[in-house]
Design a protein around this ligand. Structure first.
Ligand SMILES: [Zn+2]
Length: 119
């Protein structure tokens, strides 16, 4: 991405001073190659760019939201089934009949795809 992450600065939100040349930095909106938006500061004098910790958190959040999927729950015998999107299945090497682990968590559950062990 070409952005540098630097120490937390003490200025008010929206006001930053360039660490390289001391000029004022302005907020900009950027987009990663996969379309996730983020905010960063850019110096108009020397072109230095940086993101602060709040911007970084926001970016991670946006990224997670974008990389999540809405899937439908459907009845499957006495249990319920969900469809795993093809993209996720192939990324984790999942195939028909394979077992995964379901881990309950506070606000939902996590599905762990375990790589087949060679014995
Ligand atoms: Zn600068």
């Amino acid at each position: 991405m070409g952005l540098k992450i630097k120490g937390i600065m003490s200025q008010k939100k929206g006001e930053k001073t360039c660490g390289k040349c001391g000029s004022a930095m302005k907020r900009h909106k950027g987009k990663t190659l996969d379309g996730v938006e983020y905010i960063y500061f850019k110096c108009h004098e020397c072109g230095e760019k940086l993101v602060d910790i709040g911007q970084l958190r926001e970016f991670v959040q946006n990224y997670r939201t974008m990389k999540s999927y809405n899937v439908k729950v459907s009845k499957w015998g006495r249990s319920l089934g969900i469809r795993i999107p093809k993209e996720i299945a192939s990324k984790h090497g999942l195939g028909d009949g394979m077992e995964v682990r379901v881990l309950p968590e506070d606000n939902g559950f996590r599905i762990i795809a375990e790589k087949p062990t060679e014995e």
